[in-house]
Design a protein. Structure first.
Lengths: 369, 369
């Protein structure tokens, strides 16, 4: 299926930091058909560098980032469900972010864009869902930062969420997770082309952004998956170069992925979105994470992966434990995979089974009520 | 004790890459007294950013990097042993490296310095030991890259090594280890001040080097030790800043450690030494790692740490397994620690016990022979 990105505009959006954004737009795609009761909508929440194009093929022939999970007969079965995905606030793929034009100045926001939170990101998504007339989502789900948004949804709009499926995620960013993000931010800011974020129409901070992405890629894979994929294999050579050109396949891969990222992502969005992740702490302002989750009224399916060292299973278990303390309906699956954090994107066999079963139960119970 | 760094000069050093370096110097320190039979010498091999100042207090009042392990009554007991440590080839603390003057040009080598290997580093150390009249070392030992050197010693100079103690290390750098090093190298090279390595007497690539060091520091700690040390604690503030200054303690720590590193380390040395680590593969050119280790004639004590994810225990077990296949005398200890890779530097209680016991046995057997 060829998919189209839609745009919806809102006059304003109130932010957790105290500011209000004006003339906000959100880009979204949808797959499948919304039923007459509008009770079959599933909201997909993308990870850090994702976009609204979650499934199908776009006009450039590019498959959606979770096309393996969304479509006819797939985990999020578009024969049954209306699947919706919007680019997050602060992004650079159609939704308002630092590269958007500031209506007050007529120039891109750059670093004058306000710092945003996962709460702000979800608030805009709620406006998109309401715009489509959806009063209750059958499910909210996503991996990594998408999982943070799913958890935020369950707490911020409990009456709108039938089921919540956070995958490979955490209820609060850890020191190590903040540390990796901070390293990426500093790599961008250190690039002279960054120019305080005011680089639009000029050379972007390409090298800094590429280095940030290299760090990211290492954390998305596992030691084992890197060993299997690259090992110590040399790149287009028989022997070590005894120089500083590429010797190893893994060096070539990281350099390629780093430079490729520059063409599709905005450095300021990198700063703002990683900051939103680092600020994420669902239990902040509550006596405990369990107390924060008390508001939730969803069923939960929590998924983690054995080799994911960026969002390790213990962080999912903290969520599960907090939910159980408030007697929520929660299922937990730790899936076996060598793919590290990337598993939720690339190793979807078992994930499909558990999601399908869980959604079928949720839908049965909705129909029964 | 106040320690002095000594310098020894050699006319030339042959390198694995085919070049020969001329007018090579090595900086070393020693602690304790060499006995009349010159049979009580222990060679300490430093990690990536270390130096010859392994123990005692230098003229600036700075303690050696392994002072907790070296001294009277400590693991490497200077009442019994003559302990020697030299700065590695390619370094920037007194031994010839890229910041040294190239005798052919009268200017610093910079990137005209030849790419070196762990084999080259050890070859220069062997010349230092021979210069001191030492025919056989009671032990060679080090953590991280120091452990690689210890393994290389055991294979390259089997007749000179009574005992080998590789700690928190590997017999070959993995794809993930290469990937982290490559990211650091690219951060340095991306800094405009790097200027192809020709920055001596000008502004060094301080920001690139600081970012490389930030990545390094994350890998030296563990998720758990970062949680205990920093958690999500804010730095000198009550609330989130909603800006891009430092919010969290962990950000402040990394920025500080990164900028501090610039004052004490040379960016070109970073490139050359990480490359030597990445090139390290003890079994290369042999049918197997076990075949490479067949030449060794030492007793081995292999140590790893439970929370070290940069040089995980499975890599030490590969060494142990290869040694056992050739019926070597090998003891393996996986020590319990939360400190990650840094454990060999900072969590030395149990490490001291196992090293002491092992050295006592080695010395008894030397005396008996």
């Amino acid at each position: 299926m060829i998919t189209e990105t839609q745009i919806v505009r809102f006059p304003s959006l109130r932010l957790d930091g105290g500011d209000t954004l004006h003339d906000v737009q959100a880009a979204y795609e949808s797959y499948g058909r919304l039923n007459s009761g509008k009770s079959n909508a599933i909201l997909i929440l993308h990870a850090f560098s994702g976009d609204a194009h979650a499934a199908g093929i776009d006009h450039e022939g590019k498959a959606g980032w979770w096309d393996s999970m969304i479509g006819p007969g797939k985990a999020f079965d578009t024969d049954q469900y209306f699947v919706l995905c919007s680019n997050i606030l602060g992004g650079c793929k159609g939704t308002t972010g630092p590269s958007s034009i500031n209506p007050e100045t007529g120039r891109p926001y750059g670093m004058s864009f306000p710092v945003i939170t996962v709460g702000d990101i979800v608030r805009l998504q709620q406006m998109v869902a309401s715009h489509l007339g959806i009063k209750k989502l059958l499910a909210v789900t996503g991996g990594s930062m998408g999982g943070m948004q799913a958890l935020q949804w369950a707490v911020a709009y409990p009456e709108m969420v039938e089921a919540c499926i956070p995958i490979a995620t955490t209820a609060r960013h850890s020191a190590q997770q903040i540390a990796f993000n901070e390293t990426g931010r500093q790599a961008i800011i250190a690039d002279p082309n960054f120019a305080g974020g005011d680089y639009y129409g000029k050379q972007p901070p390409a090298r800094g952004l590429a280095i940030a992405r290299m760090v990211g890629h290492i954390t998305y894979m596992s030691d084992e998956s890197m060993r299997e994929k690259f090992g110590r294999r040399l790149r287009n050579r028989e022997d070590l170069s005894f120089g500083f050109d590429v010797d190893f396949e893994v060096e070539s891969y990281l350099r390629y992925r780093g430079s490729q990222f520059v063409g599709r992502f905005d450095a300021n969005s990198y700063l703002y979105i990683t900051k939103a992740m680092d600020y994420f702490d669902l239990g902040a302002g509550y006596p405990s994470l369990a107390a924060a989750l008390e508001r939730a009224a969803s069923k939960f399916l929590v998924i983690s992966f054995t080799s994911d060292w960026l969002y390790p299973s213990y962080q999912s278990l903290e969520i599960v434990s907090a939910l159980r303390r408030r007697n929520h309906d929660v299922t937990y699956c730790e899936l076996s995979s060598n793919y590290g954090h990337d598993a939720f994107l690339v190793d979807v066999g078992e994930q499909t089974e558990v999601v399908k079963g869980f959604l079928a139960r949720c839908q049965r119970e909705v129909v029964r009520v």
